[in-house]
Design a protein around this ligand. Sequence first.
Ligand SMILES: [Mg+2]
Length: 319
Amino acid sequence: MDEFRLIDAIHHAVRGPADPRVRIGIGDDAALLAVQSGQVVVTTDALVEGVHFRFDLCRPADVGWKAAAVNLSDIAAMGARPLALLAAIEVPAALPERAVVAAMRELARAGAAHGAPVVGGNVSAGPLFVMTVTALGEPVNGRVLTRSGARAGDIVLSGGFLGSGSLGLDLLGSHTEWTRRFPTLARAYRRPEAQVGLGLGLAALPGVHALIDVSDGLVADIGHVCAASGVGALLDAERIPVHPEARRYARLTGRDALDAALSGGDDYRLLAVAEPSTAPLCEALGMTAIGSITARRGVAVTSAGVRVMVAGAGGWRHR
Ligand SMILES: [Mg+2]
């Protein structure tokens, strides 16, 4: 690998239109950004070959897209507006330069879709392909949504279908021959879409008390909100949105679509907690009410009024 040639090719691939907020972009020792609000939201997340993705299941461009999307999803989960991306990558000697460039080009494309240009990064040699992305964002009107504002009596809402990401991984790993038959599942895993617009819409609603994105799984992530807020949650299995493809795939393969929705990760849908009078406004933004917040700690899931799952300190179990 000719490092300088690769860096040059990456610069070319990630270049986008001029952004007035980027006073100094790629090419100097560091970037200089102009921010209006005086506050910056920052997050970082790595995609590691063999841990978070495999090149036999995803193309390099998919990896680049996802590396941006998972970070933008965390910006969205604060209700913030994306500002910029940085990418520190490790490149194995055997990986073709065009694969690295394709990954970085797609990372930049995913960022540009949400107004976040790539403003810097680093390239180093390593044993596996790793993309460590840092995303910066700005709060709008000085407000961010955290995990800690949920109150008993609040409504829990999902920003979209759950379980598609983990069933997509199952599809790509176990039933590659059906990838064309279940395009939504494959796409959910390879190309998640960060719900940036939804996060901004929620941040504008005073009655939204808490926000998180589903990366570990619905039960685990609402559990994070509950732990941070000192409350519990009761979810209604019948109301959890599951994509028709997920139901069909689960039926064909003997997988459990509800289990995938509850405990599969990789969905990157926003999960909001709002007071009851605000829930219809969240629904008008495309969200679905799936349960409520309780004073009693822990996360429970009911189906037809019967408790089917309880999550406590020692993880969750089926009832
Ligand atoms: Mg998150």
